[in-house]
Structure formats: structure tokens, C-alpha cells
Design a binder for this molecule. Structure first.
Ligand SMILES: [Zn+2]
Length: 308
């Protein structure tokens, strides 16, 4: 009996050691991966502008800084290091480089709820239409039925990137989250937030509606990473209103439309202008600006930009 107990204890501690070891390993894997394979020429610019120019008088920036706490600023500052988006653009609805998100067999683990992050189900309603093809076109989100005027809440902590009216999405809010995911909330009757506003998980961001291309009141919820759509049902259980897992692997298999890559990149040489580059690749200045989320035609030699 004593022998068995001894072995039991031995066995128990062995299990703990293995668990702890794997715990450390998985904790390590949980930190948001830096995507180094994506040319990232403008990653610095707008974040630097926003966070460095504290004396800037523009109202949006003043508001942003008022809303941010010191801790959040430093967190965002760190985020900037792993920020794979070309810019934080409050005008472009979709970042358009889904094809370069994952290079080869890369997997980027997105942590959803660790280090204080919590999830709030945006609206507790019945799932009416899932992600996928329907009526001959792709449906990039999950639809949930509601009554007009019902409160829609932020899924995770984040910053409002888009809050505007759009022809097809209607009144839409796009939140950028610290783990790199973006969540879209469409067809709302009213917007309750403004671009650059910092929101907490569970904060009201709008009221349910039937605006834009919508047949009846519902919430259209999208989850995207670098513009590439992810089926929200991979992440969220729409029946228990909870997350399915605490972290999520972003890879070719979980991102929609990633495999067919047609993108091209160009390293800017000195003397080149956006229009000379556009001519070279038979595209337009505007197209390049959209692809890279650029606000002006200013470019610098040595940077790499996407041209197609
Ligand atoms: Zn929808």
C-alpha cells in the first residue's frame, strides 16, 4: 500500500512537471507572433504619428490621447512592434492583402482571452445565416437576428477604426483589437462610437438595425485578420455566446481566400515617384495608395510597397 502511494506521488509529480513544462511552452506560443515575412513599409508611420505627437492639435488625436490611459499607450506601443497592418486607416474598410498574411505554412497564434482580455458576445440572438457562399456570392460574416434599437457590444477590448455609413454594410463599426484581429458590426441603426475611440469588451458600440443591403433587422458580424475573413463560427459559439477556444491559429486553412496569391511588391529606389512606379506596374497611383493604406503620395527610397 505504502509502495503504491509512493509511486502515486512520484507519478503525480511527474504529471505536474510535464504539465508545467507544457504550460510554459504554450504560454510562450501564446504571445502574439511577429509576422516577419510580410513587407511592412508603413507600419511605423501612423502609429508613430499618433502616439508621439502629443501636442498635436488635431481633434481626433487629442481625443485619442484623452481616451487612452498611460498603460494602454505602452501596450499599443508594444503592439506596434508586431503590427502587421500597413497603417491604422480610418477610411479604408478592408485592408487588402489577404494573400500575404500567411507565408507558406506559417501559423500565427492569436490569443483571444489571456492577459486580461475578455470576450463579450456582441448580441445574444439567433444565428440566421452563417459564413459562406449564399445566393451566388460570398457571405463574409455571421448574421444574428435582432430587434431594431437593441444594443450591440464590443467583442474584445480595442480601438474603433471605422464608424461610418456604407452602401452595403449600412452603419458599420470596425474595431481593431490588440491581438491583430478586427471585428465588423454592420447594418446598425445608430453608431455610438467614433474613430480612434478606445473601447472595452462589452461597451455599447451601436444599436441594431436594418441599414445598407439588408433584408430585415440583423447584425452582420465579421472577423478579419489583415483584411482576410475568418468564419466567426471558428472562434465564437453562437449558441452558448462564448469563445470556442482561448487562442486561435491564423493559417491558410482558417483564413478565407488566402491561397491564390497575385500580389507583387516593389522596393522604392531613390528618384522614383508613386506615378512612375504605377506606370511601371501598369496600375494607378490611387490603387497603390489603397493597397498600402497611404494617406499621401510621399514615399521614401528603400521602403517596400505593394503594387498589385
Ligand atoms: Zn450578413
Amino acid at each position: 500500500m505504502r509502495k503504491i502511494l509512493k509511486y502515486n506521488i512520484l507519478w503525480q509529480s511527474f504529471v505536474w512537471i510535464v504539465l508545467c513544462l507544457s504550460g510554459t511552452l504554450s504560454l510562450k506560443a501564446q504571445s502574439d507572433t511577429v509576422i516577419t515575412s510580410i513587407p511592412n513599409p508603413y507600419a511605423d508611420i501612423e502609429f508613430l504619428e499618433v502616439f508621439e505627437s502629443r501636442d498635436d492639435s488635431s481633434s481626433a488625436r487629442r481625443r485619442l490621447l484623452e481616451d487612452l490611459e498611460e498603460e494602454e499607450i505602452s501596450e499599443l506601443w508594444q503592439l506596434r512592434e508586431s503590427f502587421a497592418y500597413t497603417s491604422f486607416n480610418p477610411n479604408v474598410l478592408h485592408y487588402r492583402h489577404p494573400n500575404e498574411v500567411i507565408n507558406g505554412n506559417d501559423t500565427v497564434w492569436i490569443s483571444l482571452v489571456d492577459s486580461g482580455r475578455v470576450y463579450t458576445h456582441p448580441y445574444r440572438g439567433r444565428l440566421t445565416s452563417p459564413f459562406g457562399f449564399r445566393w451566388g456570392r460570398m457571405h463574409y460574416g455571421t448574421d444574428v437576428g435582432l430587434r431594431i434599437g437593441d444594443t450591440i457590444r464590443a467583442a474584445f477590448d480595442g480601438i474603433v477604426r471605422i464608424a461610418q455609413r456604407n452602401y452595403s454594410y449600412g452603419n458599420i463599426v470596425i474595431l481593431f483589437h490588440k491581438n491583430g484581429l478586427e471585428t465588423y458590426y454592420a447594418h446598425m441603426s445608430r453608431l455610438l462610437v467614433h474613430p480612434n475611440q478606445v473601447v472595452k469588451s462589452g461597451d455599447p458600440i451601436g444599436l441594431g438595425g436594418n441599414t445598407g443591403r439588408s433584408k430585415g433587422p440583423h447584425l452582420h458580424l465579421e472577423v478579419r485578420y489583415l483584411g482576410a475573413p475568418i468564419d466567426p463560427q471558428y472562434i465564437i459559439d453562437f449558441y452558448s455566446y462564448k469563445l470556442k477556444e482561448e487562442r486561435f491559429p491564423v493559417c491558410k486553412e482558417t483564413l478565407y481566400g488566402v491561397s491564390s496569391s497575385g500580389a507583387r511588391w516593389h522596393k522604392i529606389k531613390s528618384g522614383e515617384t508613386l506615378s512612375s512606379i504605377a506606370r511601371k506596374y501598369r496600375t494607378s497611383v490611387n490603387q497603390i495608395r489603397v493597397l498600402n493604406g497611404m494617406k499621401s503620395n510621399k514615399i521614401r527610397a528603400g521602403a517596400t510597397i505593394r503594387v498589385r
